[in-house]
Ligand binder design. Structure first.
Ligand SMILES: CC(=O)N[C@H]1[C@@H](OP(=O)(O)OP(=O)(O)OC[C@H]2O[C@@H](n3ccc(=O)[nH]c3=O)[C@H](O)[C@@H]2O)O[C@H](CO)[C@@H](O)[C@@H]1O[C@H](C)C(=O)N[C@@H](C)C(=O)N[C@H](CCC(=O)O)C(=O)O
Ligand SMILES: Nc1ncnc2c1ncn2[C@@H]1O[C@H](COP(=O)(O)OP(=O)(O)OP(=O)(O)O)[C@@H](O)[C@H]1O
Ligand SMILES: N[C@H](CCC[C@H](N)C(=O)O)C(=O)O
Ligand SMILES: [Mg+2]
Length: 482
């Protein structure tokens, strides 16, 4: 495509044919535009020469940058890259709902996609679990990938016929303009609690990044579904309205969908929801009362896409949880009862607290938790996660999550600061097996932090590892021994 057709910023440049886009000099091929971005670790302009050697035909960079090929100057190169990527891959599913918030994005995206499918649409989701739709399955390294990958994926999904897409938009993604070229028709905000304070300096910064989705990326007049039950819900409603967007609330104080009651039962949640003056009693096949909040946000999105509550709400009775979210991965069987082993992706203090609260009604005996915290991420959340674990569980085992390039023992020590009575077992498999051995009839074990992940990153290498598989092993070895 001609650079001049892609952006007005190119009007004074020689007319260059662009064959591809990338922000990574190592991925540049003949005829590519290389975006030299100011990074968090290093200035991308250092790689201009490498990019040109690899065949770059043009460079996108801040004004004043020198290069041996034409330079497309932009004050906001990340934003411009997103716009170029959108021009380069113009096809997108017809209806895209962006979902943001600290916890619950993946769950909401999966639920909304399932609801649209049950209404007969070719629907999909994009986020932590990859980009998935009928005929399309693509793994992603990030919850919200870089704009070039986003637009490749969106056009791929549109090409297989996807019309309805629920897409997670992380705060990193929002502050780095990764999703600024996406044509959002709807947005959702789940909640805002502590995470990523290694990246965002304050709660205020973190919230400002999140709200970009519904004050800037969502077009004026667009609808944003807001869960009323988190600390930033009221501000989100006010800010959406002030920016000319239309907030629709769901939750205990919701106006569109009012959650009147949630009762955890043996086979799921019994919930009562009021909509348009009518009351619905529904059985959701989900574990964890927080899933009722996520289910209502998803239902809100689908209603906002043009369906009545009486059609949408009953469809919630058929939804299934995303893998690794309160997933019953194994059951230890005893002569006098059972003990369930759940795998959950709780990796923030609020998620640990929520999950332990949610599991208590399913537990006649003691609640056990195995958890760690990721390396090269928010350090301050670690002791808070430990504290939430020691407050909500009767027995805590602190172990490794993804240590990445940090010393695992120091991460464990940080978590244990909040849980001084915890057992500490570094090896994650050993920690899970030890906690499972401790179970008695009526107990439950929550293995927190890694959910669906299929690997453990130690240093810069990712080794195969699955909490679900180890949980099964823990339960099966027991059956064999019985
Ligand atoms: C902190 C952060 O978000 N960093 C992301 C950011 O990197 P950066 O721009 O800061 O990169 P940098 O290392 O300073 O390098 C600067 C530039 O030089 C380029 N470069 C570098 C080396 C080279 O040889 N040639 C070259 O061109 C890089 O491609 C980059 O454009 O942009 C990169 C390209 O999009 C991302 O891969 C990278 O994600 C890092 C690896 C990461 O771990 N990100 C996580 C924290 C993340 O984004 N998580 C969110 C949130 C998940 C959640 O909801 O919990 C997510 O959406 O997944
Ligand atoms: N509505 C909620 N309120 C509080 N905690 C929640 C909620 N929904 C999910 N959680 C907790 O957060 C964990 C992660 O859920 P989910 O994967 O849906 O969130 P996410 O926002 O996509 O996370 P990520 O930021 O990693 O993409 C769950 O396993 C659960 O422990
Ligand atoms: N998307 C989240 C995932 C955290 C999962 C946890 N297992 C960890 O490694 O910290 C992040 O990048 O912060
Ligand atoms: Mg997610």
């Amino acid at each position: 495509m001609k650079l001049q057709e892609m952006t007005a910023l190119a009007r004074r440049l020689p007319d260059v044919e662009i064959k591809g886009l990338t922000a990574d000099s190592r991925a540049v091929r003949e005829g590519f535009l290389f975006a030299a971005l100011p990074g968090t670790k290093i200035d991308g302009r250092k790689f201009i020469d490498d990019a040109v050697r690899n065949g770059a035909a043009a460079v996108l960079a801040r004004p004043g940058t020198k290069a041996p090929v034409p330079v497309l100057e932009s004050e906001q190169p990340r934003l411009t890259l997103a716009q170029l990527a959108m021009m380069f891959h113009p096809q997108q599913p017809r209806l895209i709902a962006g979902v943001t918030g600290t916890n619950g994005k993946t769950s909401v995206a999966r639920f909304a996609s399932q609801l649209w499918s049950s209404l007969g649409h070719h629907a999909g989701s994009l986020g932590t679990l990859g980009a998935v739709a009928p005929g399309y399955d693509y793994a992603l390294k990030h919850t919200t990938p870089d704009p070039v990958e986003i637009h490749q994926v969106l056009s791929g999904m549109a090409a297989v016929g996807t019309t309805h897409l629920a897409m997670e938009v992380s705060s990193h993604g929002l502050s780095q303009y990764r999703a600024d070229g996406v044509n959002f028709s709807l947005a959702a905000f789940t909640n805002l609690t502590r995470d990523h304070f290694d990246y965002h300096e304050t709660f205020e910064d973190y919230y400002h990044a999140k709200r970009r989705l519904f004050t800037q990326l969502l077009p004026r007049g667009g609808t944003v579904v807001i869960n009323t039950d988190g600390p930033f819900a009221e501000r989100a409603v006010e800010d959406a309205r002030a920016a000319g967007r239309r907030p629709l609330t769901v939750g205990r104080k919701g106006e569109l969908l009012a959650l009147r009651r949630v009762e955890p039962g043996a086979t799921g949640l019994r919930v009562e929801v009021e909509a348009e003056g009518k009351s619905y009693t529904l059985h959701l096949p989900l574990v964890g009362s927080f899933q009722a909040d996520n289910a209502l946000v998803a239902a809100g999105l689908v209603i906002a896409s043009g369906y009545g509550p009486s059609l949408v709400l009953p469809k919630l009775e058929q939804i299934s949880a995303a893998p690794g979210r309160m997933e019953l991965a194994g059951v230890r069987r005893f002569k006098s009862g059972t003990a369930g082993i759940y795998v959950d992706y709780a990796h923030t203090p609020a998620a640990v607290e929520t999950v332990l609260e949610a599991i208590r009604p399913h537990t006649a005996g003691r609640v056990h938790i195995v958890l760690g915290a990721g390396g090269d991420r928010d350090k301050e959340k670690r002791a808070l996660m430990g504290k939430a674990a020691s407050m909500g569980a009767d027995h805590v085992v602190v172990t490794d999550d993804n240590p990445r390039t940090e010393d695992p023992a120091l991460i464990r020590a940080d978590v244990a600061k909040g849980a001084p009575k915890a057992e500490v077992i570094g090896d994650r498999r050993e920690a899970i097996l030890a906690a499972a051995r401790n179970l008695r009839p009526g107990d439950t074990l929550v293995i927190a932090g890694k959910g669906h992940e299929r690997g453990q990153t130690i240093g810069t290498v990712t080794f195969p590892f699955s909490d679900v598989e180890v949980a099964r092993e823990a339960a099966m070895s027991d059956e064999a021994a019985a």
